[in-house]
Design a protein around this ligand. Structure first.
Ligand SMILES: C[S@@+](CC[C@H](N)C(=O)[O-])C[C@H]1O[C@@H](n2cnc3c(N)ncnc32)[C@H](O)[C@@H]1O
Length: 254
C-alpha cells in the first residue's frame, strides 16, 4: 500500500501546495511548541515531510539542519532544503543520525505504525509526532466529497484501505504514548490541542479539501470549466459552516 500512497501524494502535490499546506503549516507551528528536546542547533529528520512545513517550523525555532524524507518526490520541499525520497519503514540513515524526528501526520498512514516508530527511534533520540484527535471531524469534509462524487469521483483503493485500517478511528494520547514506548522511547507524553487553522471562507475550505491526496488527482482530471462548476457547488455546500478548528494529538517522546 505504501507505493499507492506515495503515488497518490505525488499526483496531489500541486493541489496540496495550493490548499492543505496552509492548514498543515498552522498545525506544524502548534506541534513545534512541544519539542521534547532543545531545538537550538538540533539535527532534525522531517519524517513524512510532505512540503516540509514541520521542518520549517522547527528551523524557525533554532534547528540547525533539517532533512525532509517522504515517499512522494513531488511533495518534498525544493532546494536549498535537504530532502530525500524514502520509506519511514526503512529509513536511509545511520543509527543516531538525528537529535529529533518530527512525524507530522505521517504515522497515521500505517495499519501498524510500530515498525516505522522503531525506525524513527533507531535514527533519532527523540520524537515529536502529530495525529488527528479521535472523533475530530468537520462537516465540510463530507459535504465537499459528496459534491465530487456527484461529479464522478470514486475513492481510490488506497484511500478505502487507509480508512478501513483506521478501525476504531485515530489514535488517542494513550495509544501514541504506548507506541512511543514500544518503539523504545523511555519518556512519552501526549496531549490534545485545538488549533485554529486560519481557514474560514468557503473558498478556503474547498481549497483545503480538494487538495487532499484522495481528491486532488481526480480534481486535476476535470476540465477548467467543470472544475470551476464543481468548486462553485462545493462552496455553496459549505456556506455558513464553522471555520476550520482542528483537534490534534501531539506526542513528545525521548
Ligand atoms: C498528511 S501528509 C503530511 C505531510 C507533512 N508532514 C505535513 O504536516 O504537512 C502525509 C505525508 O506522509 C507521506 N508518507 C506516507 N507514508 C509514508 C511512508 N511510508 N514513508 C514516507 N513518507 C510517507 C506522504 O507521502 C505525505 O507526504
Amino acid at each position: 500500500m505504501s507505493h499507492d500512497i506515495g503515488a497518490a501524494y505525488d499526483a496531489a502535490a500541486d493541489g496540496w501546495r495550493a490548499g492543505p499546506a496552509r492548514m498543515y503549516g498552522r498545525l506544524a507551528e502548534a506541534m513545534a511548541d512541544h519539542a521534547p528536546v532543545p531545538l537550538d542547533g538540533a539535527r532534525v529528520l522531517d519524517a513524512g515531510a510532505g512540503t516540509g512545513v514541520a521542518g520549517r517550523a522547527l528551523r524557525a525555532r533554532g534547528a540547525r539542519e533539517v532533512v525532509a524524507l517522504d515517499l512522494a518526490p513531488g511533495m518534498l520541499p525544493r532546494p536549498p532544503a535537504l530532502s530525500t525520497v524514502g520509506d519511514l519503514q526503512r529509513i536511509p540513515f545511520r543509527d543516531g543520525s538525528f537529535d529529533l524526528a518530527a512525524a507530522a501526520f505521517s504515522l497515521n498512514h500505517f495499519a501498524d505504525p510500530t515498525p516505522a516508530a522503531i525506525e524513527l527511534r533507531r535514527v533519532a533520540g527523540a520524537l515529536l509526532a502529530t495525529a488527528f484527535a479521535p472523533g475530530w471531524d468537520h462537516p465540510a469534509k463530507e459535504a465537499i466529497d459528496a459534491v465530487m462524487v456527484r461529479r464522478g469521483f470514486d475513492a481510490p483503493d488506497w484511500y478505502r484501505t487507509f480508512k478501513a485500517a483506521g478501525g476504531d478511528g485515530d489514535p488517542g494520547p494513550a495509544e501514541l504514548e504506548d507506541l512511543a514506548r514500544r518503539a523504545g522511547f523511555a519518556h512519552a507524553e501526549a496531549q490534545v490541542l485545538e488549533v485554529d487553522s486560519g481557514l474560514r471562507s468557503p473558498a478556503d475550505l474547498v481549497d483545503w479539501r480538494i487538495g487532499m491526496a484522495h481528491l486532488a488527482p481526480f480534481a486535476a482530471t476535470l476540465a477548467p470549466d467543470a472544475l470551476a462548476e464543481a468548486r462553485a457547488e462545493a462552496e455553496a455546500a459549505v456556506e455558513g459552516m464553522p471555520s476550520l478548528v482542528v483537534a490534534i494529538v501531539v506526542l513528545s517522546a525521548r
